[in-house]
Design a protein around this ligand. Structure first.
Ligand SMILES: Nc1ncnc2c1ncn2[C@@H]1O[C@H](COP(=O)(O)OP(=O)(O)OP(=O)(O)O)[C@@H](O)[C@H]1O
Length: 335
């Protein structure tokens, strides 16, 4: 079991996306969008501080890159507590969870990303830990085995998942606060892009900001990634003021169209159309035909194609919608 916390978390993030950590919003006021969720969180956090009680356990769900991890850090910051970060699959034995929970400070935040991938024995330890701030430990062997109850410091568990349906009901029911993160609007993405561009010291015209936002698939992580690529091109071409036409050229080079779709998205729609007659077809067959990993399809490509109305998830499988078909035709006609 490995932990991604504090300094190590920082290094991990810096390795993946340089300077990203420093650019994360640090408070609810700095966090753009998700207004209803933020309003509620402010109330819950203030109430817990007033009562000097730990914040109830929080479960965030929604597609990747919308800010679940960022919010977990913000919660710890607003509570003035430490945060320890893990990912579901990094736990393997019940003892792993027990050793984490017995080493935290009072009121601390424990963040578990991909909580739907937590092995069942680990999940079961969480039940009493979340409900009673205690864990039952078996001592002795054979007929003499008995269970003793260990008290834990009160803590807040923040769980995050891209697949709420895979979180078991007993675990889900133990979260007092469950919040969905939605895709961001064009104007929210513009605000995030402008803030990040300022931090990068980039001079972006309004039209350029809008062009990047419309290709960001409703997702801040993608907005920031696209902005970094625009910065690369701007630095390479010594472009001081970045306008809409420069950004459009960058996206042509990156093969990202006006909706933020790339070759891989179109390939999914095409395979569905040409190999499966538009569907319905199962996700596994689709992934095999595309030579792609099921989780990538499900977590990365599908949610936005579904949001655009190009793909539908039905009980019998994935279906190409008429809007999806029209999009492919339009794309082929316009080159
Ligand atoms: N509302 C926001 N305002 C500004 N930046 C944001 C916002 N939401 C997310 N980001 C940025 O987007 C990136 C991805 O966010 P984060 O890692 O919190 O997403 P996530 O939902 O936890 O993703 P995953 O499910 O893949 O772990 C980070 O760089 C974060 O700073």
């Amino acid at each position: 079991m490995s932990e991604i916390a504090g300094g190590r978390f920082l290094k991990e993030i810096l390795k993946r996306e340089r300077d990203d950590f420093a650019l994360r919003p640090r408070s609810l006021d700095e966090f753009v969008g998700q207004e209803r969720l933020k309003r509620n969180l402010k109330v819950f956090i203030s109430a817990s501080l007033l009562r000097k009680e730990p914040l109830d356990h929080v479960l965030f769900y929604g597609p990747p890159g919308l800010g679940k991890t960022t919010l977990a850090f913000i919660i710890a910051e607003e509570l003035g507590r430490e945060i320890r970060c893990f990912s579901g699959p990094t736990f393997s034995r019940a003892g792993d969870i027990a050793s984490v929970l017995t080493s935290i400070g009072e009121g601390d935040v424990v963040f578990i990303d991909e909580i739907h991938r937590l092995p069942r024995p680990c999940e079961e330890v969480l039940y009493t830990a979340m409900e009673d701030f205690a864990i039952d430990v078996l001592v002795g062997k054979g007929p003499g085995t008995r269970s003793i109850r260990l008290s834990l410091p009160p803590f807040t568990l923040v769980g995050a998942t891209t697949r709420l349906s895979l979180v078991s009901a007993p675990l889900r029911n133990r979260f007092g606060i469950t919040e969905k993160l939605d895709f961001y609007s064009q104007s929210e993405l513009q605000e995030i892009i402008k803030n990040t561009a300022t931090q990068f010291g980039m001079n972006l015209r309004e039209e350029a900001v809008a062009e990047i936002a419309s290709r960001s698939r409703g997702t801040p992580r993608i907005a920031k990634r696209l902005l970094r690529r625009v910065r690369d091109f701007a630095d390479y071409y010594r472009k001081k003021e970045i306008d809409g036409s420069f950004v459009r050229k960058v996206f042509r080079a990156l093969d990202v169209d006006e909706l933020g779709l790339s070759w891989a998205d179109r390939n999914l729609l095409r395979v569905l159309k040409e190999k499966f007659g538009g569907g319905p077809t199962g996700l596994n067959s689709l992934a095999t035909a595309m030579n792609e990993d099921v989780l990538t399809l499900e977590n990365f490509y599908e949610p936005y194609l579904i949001k655009l109305g190009f793909l539908a998830r039905t009980a019998r499988g994935r279906v190409l919608t008429s809007q999806g078909e029209q999009y492919l035709q339009r794309f082929d006609q316009n080159g």
